[in-house]
Write a protein that binds this ligand. Structure first.
Ligand code: CA
Length: 234
């Protein structure tokens, strides 16, 4: 998988590039927001599977860069920053970042997050030179519910439950981090790959449909004014 590393600190970039290369990533290093945006121009080469974006950049604010990346491409963005406050995090997710890692981070955790965002971004499948990830968790188990991610199969107590494509994407996204609240904007941008406007009640309709099809009404909890989370069944 091609990975764009946006980091102005050469020492950090060199160390991280070495680790990522050992794990099979083809790393392109950008030292500024401008270099990152140049690298993402469509005619520059094969598409990137993921962008690792440091927020403290010399030329532009990292949040601004994230917003510009999102307008240009649907490549997943993981923000990497020392700013650990929740406001920055929510701001980043609202700008279309797919995930957020706070320095200092554990390399294993960072790799897991890279694989997770790449896996749940359908447009990276089948891109030239990319193989579907085969080393992720094959099944998510939540009480009676089993979600087989690679073959997109869902069952409750062993009985298959047919879901639409978007219902599956929505369930798989929420189930990746049980107990974590996903903001509505984030869900819409990841599952529908569109911005918040114009989607109307699409998300509510899909949530209602999942609750009824799975016959697990308490599985997906509404967090009023924010979004949704999966509640692990006892
Ligand atoms: Ca920096």
């Amino acid at each position: 998988m091609r990975l764009l590393l946006v980091e102005d600190d050469d020492h950090v970039a060199a160390a991280l590039s070495a680790v990522l290369a050992r794990h099979g990533f083809h790393v392109t290093h950008a030292r500024s927001g401008e270099e990152a945006l140049q690298a993402l121009l469509p005619d520059v080469g094969a598409p990137f599977g993921v962008v690792l974006l440091d927020l403290g950049l010399p030329d532009q604010d990292g949040f601004e860069v994230c917003g510009k990346i999102r307008k240009r491409t649907a490549t997943p963005v993981i923000m990497v920053t020392a700013r650990s406050d929740t406001r920055s995090k929510i701001h980043g997710l609202n700008l279309g970042a797919d995930d957020y890692v706070v320095k200092p981070y554990d390399t294993g955790e960072l790799l897991a997050r890279i694989h997770a965002v790449a896996r749940r971004t359908p447009h990276t499948e089948g891109a030239p030179g990319q193989q579907p990830e085969a080393d992720g968790p094959n099944a998510l188990l939540l009480g009676p519910l089993t979600i087989e991610v690679p073959n997109r199969r869902v069952s409750v107590d062993g009985a298959a439950v047919p879901l639409t494509r978007k219902e599956f994407d929505l369930l798989a996204l929420l189930a990746q981090r049980p107990g974590v609240v996903f903001r509505r904007e984030q869900i819409i941008s990841e599952v529908w790959q569109t911005s918040w406007e114009g989607t109307g009640r699409t998300l509510e309709v899909h949530i209602a449909s999942l609750r009824s099809k799975l016959r697990m009404p308490a599985l997906i909890e509404t967090v009023r004014g924010v979004g949704y989370k999966i509640v692990v069944p006892a």
